[in-house]
Design a protein around this ligand. Structure first.
Ligand code: PLP
Length: 476
C-alpha cells in the first residue's frame, strides 16, 4: 500500500522533472488563470476514490485540471500585488522539510529545527543591519511566523498584556485600549484588533497625505494620541509600515518613535516591513529602517522578495519575555526536562499555533546558495528595473507617476479617467502577457507595477512597458 523506496524515488524524480519543465516554460503561459468560477471543481469527481489510483494518473490530472486554474506567480511577467518569489534551493528546502516530516513545536521535538531557526534569525539581523537588541543573545530574539499578519497579531497581543498588567489574558479586555497605524497600513492591523478582542473601531488610521509621499504623518499621530488620552482612552500600540502595500511608502519610524515616547510612553511600536524589508540586505537601502533601534518589534517576509517560497515571515522582538509570557500555556503533556531546565527555546510560546513547520531549512538553503552578495545583486537589479520603468512613465506625456517610487514598486496612471485606466488594466491582464493590479490613491484608480519575481529581467519590463503604451493608445 505504501510506496516502496524505489517507487518514491521514481515518482519523486518525475515530480522534480515536472517542476523543472514548468519553470522552464512558465514564461510562455498566460500569467493570470483563465478559468471561470467553479470550472476547476466541475472537473473533479464528486467523491473521493474508494481505491488508490496510479500516481501517473494524478500527475496527468495535475496537468489537465489544476494547471489551467493556476495564476503563475513565478512568471517573469508577474507584476501584480507584491512579489511572492521562489528559487530552486528554496523549493528543495521545502521538499526536505516535508521529507523529514518534523513538527518543531518544542526544542525537544527536533533540536535542529529550533536551533537552525534561531541561528538564521541571528544571521538576518546582521544581513539586514537590524538593531543588535533583536539578536538571540540579548533580551530579544527572532522567530519565523507563517505571515506578517501573524507577526502583527503576536506583537499586538504582547502589547495588550503589557498595557493591562497581564490581566487581559486572564480576565478578558476591560481597558479602553486604542491602536494606531497609517491609513495605508495593511488590513492585518485591523484584523489583529478584531482577533485580540479590542475592536476595529479602536484602531485609528492616521493621515498619510500625498504631499508626504503617502507616509504616515507623525504630527497627526501625536494629535490622535493626545485626543484619545484626553478622552480617557489608553494608547497601547502603534504600527509603522516600511513599504506600504499600495504605494511602497516608508513611514518615518524615528519620528514616530519620538511621538510614542513623548505622547504614549510605554506603548508598543511594531514595524511591518513585509514587502520591503528584504531591501535592507543592501547597505545603501537601509535608510528604510532608520529609527528601528527605537522600536519594540519588527517583521519582514522572505516569502515576498527574498527568493524563499511562501510561507516564511521573520519576526523579532526586543523583549522576548513579554512575548513568551503573553503566548505561553503549558499543559502537562507538553512538559519535558529541556523545557523545565529553561536552557532552550520552545517556539510554540512565540506564536499562535502549537505546531510548526521546519521553515528555517529553506531560508538556510537560500542564504547559503546565493550568499549575501548574491542576494544584494538580485535586489539591486529589481530596484534598478523599477527606477528605469518609473523614468519611462515620467518621460511619457500620456502617463503620470501617482506616488514617489521608493524601491521596486511603481504607482502610475494613464492620464485620464478611472474608467480609462480600468479598461487598460483589464485588457493588459486579458492579454495573458503580463499581470498588473491596482489600488486607489486619493480616490483615484492607480496601476501598480511591482517588480521582484525571481526571473524578471529588463526585457520583460521593456515588453510590459511596450504593451502598456500600446494598450493605452488603443483605449484612449
Ligand atoms: N504588510 C504589508 C506591508 C504587506 O504588503 C502585506 C502583503 O501584502 C502584508 C502585511 C500581509 O502579508 P502576509 O500575507 O504575510 O500576512
Amino acid at each position: 500500500m505504501h510506496w516502496t523506496g524505489a517507487e518514491f524515488r521514481a515518482h519523486g524524480r518525475a515530480v522534480i522533472d515536472w517542476i523543472a519543465d514548468y519553470l522552464d516554460t512558465i514564461e510562455g503561459r498566460p500569467v493570470l488563470a483563465r478559468v471561470q468560477p467553479g470550472e476547476v471543481r466541475a472537473r473533479l469527481p464528486a467523491l473521493a476514490p474508494a481505491h488508490g489510483e496510479p500516481f501517473a494518473d494524478v500527475l496527468r490530472d495535475l496537468e489537465e485540471i489544476i494547471l489551467p486554474g493556476i495564476t503563475h506567480w513565478q512568471s517573469p511577467n508577474f507584476f501584480a500585488y507584491f512579489p511572492s518569489n521562489s528559487s530552486g534551493p528554496s523549493i528543495l528546502g521545502e521538499l526536505l522539510a516535508a521529507g523529514l516530516g518534523v513538527q518543531g513545536m518544542l526544542w525537544a521535538t527536533s533540536p535542529a529545527c529550533t536551533e537552525l531557526e534561531t541561528h538564521m534569525l541571528d544571521w538576518l539581523v546582521e544581513m539586514l543591519g537590524l538593531p543588535a537588541k533583536f539578536r538571540s543573545d540579548t533580551a530579544g530574539g527572532g522567530v519565523i511566523q507563517d505571515t506578517a499578519s501573524s507577526a502583527i497579531l503576536c506583537a499586538l497581543l504582547a502589547a495588550r498584556e503589557l498595557a493591562t498588567g497581564w490581566k487581559a489574558n486572564v480576565e478578558g479586555v476591560k481597558s479602553p485600549l486604542v491602536a494606531y497605524a497609517s491609513v495605508h497600513a495593511h488590513s492585518a492591523f485591523e484584523k489583529a484588533m478584531m482577533i485580540a478582542g479590542l475592536g476595529r473601531a479602536h484602531l485609528r488610521l492616521i493621515e498619510a497625505p500625498a504631499s508626504g509621499g503617502f507616509a504616515m504623518d507623525p504630527s497627526w499621530l501625536e494629535r490622535a494620541i493626545t485626543a484619545d488620552r484626553a478622552a480617557g482612552l489608553v494608547p497601547f500600540f502603534v504600527g509603522a509600515t516600511v513599504g506600504a502595500t499600495s504605494t511602497g511608502a516608508v513611514d518615518p519610524v524615528r519620528e514616530i518613535a519620538a511621538v510614542v515616547r513623548r505622547a504614549a510612553p510605554g506603548a508598543w511600536l511594531h514595524v511591518d516591513a513585509a514587502m520591503s524589508g528584504t531591501a535592507a540586505i543592501c547597505p545603501e537601502l537601509r535608510f528604510i529602517h532608520d529609527g528601528l533601534e527605537e522600536t519594540d518589534s519588527y517583521s519582514f517576509n522572505p516569502h515576498k522578495w527574498m527568493f524563499v517560497n511562501f510561507d516564511c515571515d521573520c519576526f523579532w522582538v526586543a523583549d522576548r519575555a513579554a512575548l513568551i509570557r503573553t503566548l505561553s500555556v503549558l499543559p502537562e503533556y507538553l512538559r519535558d526536562a529541556a523545557t523545565d531546565s529553561g536552557a532552550v527555546i520552545d517556539y510554540r510560546d512565540w506564536q499562535v499555533p502549537l505546531g510548526r513547520r521546519f521553515r528555517a531549512l529553506k531560508l538556510w538553503f537560500v542564504i547559503r546558495h546565493y550568499g549575501v552578495e548574491g542576494l544584494r545583486s538580485l535586489i539591486r537589479g529589481h530596484v534598478e528595473l523599477a527606477r528605469v520603468f518609473a523614468d519611462w512613465v515620467a518621460a511619457d506625456d500620456r502617463f503620470e507617476l501617482a506616488a514617489p517610487r521608493v524601491l521596486n514598486l511603481v504607482c502610475f496612471r494613464v492620464r485620464g479617467s478611472d474608467a480609462l485606466n480600468q479598461r487598460v488594466l483589464d485588457r493588459l491582464n486579458a492579454s495573458g502577457r503580463m499581470y498588473l493590479t491596482h489600488t486607489k490613491l486619493d480616490g483615484r484608480l492607480t496601476l501598480r507595477m511591482s517588480i521582484g519575481q525571481t526571473t524578471t529581467q529588463r526585457r520583460h519590463v521593456e515588453a510590459a512597458w511596450t504593451l502598456i503604451r500600446q494598450t493605452a493608445e488603443d483605449e484612449a
